[in-house]
Design a protein around this ligand. Structure first.
Ligand code: A2P
Length: 267
């Protein structure tokens, strides 16, 4: 029995919502996305995450960035599939009509409020770390605050880049932000294992200067550039060090600064 199809047997905790799976799309044997109905009372800021669990006696809760914008009627999530993962081994089997639980309180640091004003916004991501930025790039405020918006996505293989490519294409055609996104938003994707046109880790491409050359922008400068980072623990650490090397300082919700890091959903 799939955990999500047996919801009626378990009582959803008062601290969580029980929502219906509206769609599921599998990208590779490691990646999939799903959409849930959105409770009318649920509010969040673009870039935040919630704790997700499947109905059960003792649910396993894991942090998931909300990959849809705060104005959307549905909630989107982008997930890895880990064969023996306590949550994702079951979550990857969900089907339309199943029930997924999520805790009512959203939180997170990858929010525009945690950055001081600037000219250019860099969103550094690897793998499923692109999820919070799927929300941020569809928020009109992003384009009110920045004149140049660069989303970087690096994965091992080309197939893992599909989600980001579809996302940016859809964002450029979006009714609300499409016009602004078409002018200001750029996607920089690269692979590190499969051979493609653009290869290399973001950290290496910054260190060599190739990244700035390819994008036609000057190197990162604390006077103009702001950053958001989301990926594996090692990637967070190295990207943070790179930004600090350019003179940027890390901010938080209560202390906005030049870049922010999401440490919630790694490990
Ligand atoms: P690489 O193939 O060189 O390890 P993963 O699936 O392991 O989370 O990796 C996703 C992407 O992040 C891969 O392209 C990987 O490159 C890259 N990556 C892994 N560690 C780092 C790091 N410390 N800094 C930058 N990129 C990294």
């Amino acid at each position: 029995v799939r955990a999500g199809s047996a919801a009626q047997e378990f009582e959803c905790p008062a601290s969580a919502f029980a929502e219906t799976v509206l769609s599921v799309k599998h990208y590779t044997d490691r990646l999939f996305k799903f959409r849930l109905s959105r409770p009318p009372s649920f509010r969040f800021r673009s870039g935040e995450f919630v704790m997700i669990g499947l109905p059960g006696e003792k649910p396993v809760w894991r942090a998931y960035s909300i990959a849809s914008p705060s104005w959307d009627e549905e909630l989107e999530f982008y997930s890895i599939k880990v064969p023996d993962g306590p949550l994702t081994s079951e979550l990857q089997k969900i089907q339309v009509g199943d029930t997924v639980w999520f805790r009512k309180k959203p939180t997170g640091t990858l929010v525009l409020d945690a950055l001081i004003p600037g000219k250019r916004l860099w969103m550094f991501s690897t793998g499923t770390g692109i999820a919070p930025f799927a929300s941020v790039i569809r928020d009109p405020e992003t384009y009110e605050k920045f004149e140049d918006v660069i989303l970087l996505h690096t994965c091992r293989d080309a197939a893992e880049l599909t989600y980001g490519q579809e996302l940016v294409e859809a964002t450029r055609g979006d009714e609300l932000v499409g016009e602004e996104a078409s002018k200001k938003l750029r996607l920089f994707s690269s692979t590190t294992r499969e051979t493609t046109d653009v290869m290399g880790r973001q950290t290496d491409l910054m260190a060599s200067g190739k990244l700035f050359e390819m994008l036609g922008v000057p190197p990162i400068d604390p006077a103009t550039d702001r950053g958001m980072i989301c990926g594996s623990m090692a990637m967070l650490k190295d990207t943070k060090a790179a930004l600090e090397g350019y003179g940027l300082t890390e901010g938080a919700n209560n202390r906005p600064a030049e870049f922010v890091v999401e440490r919630a959903f790694v490990g």
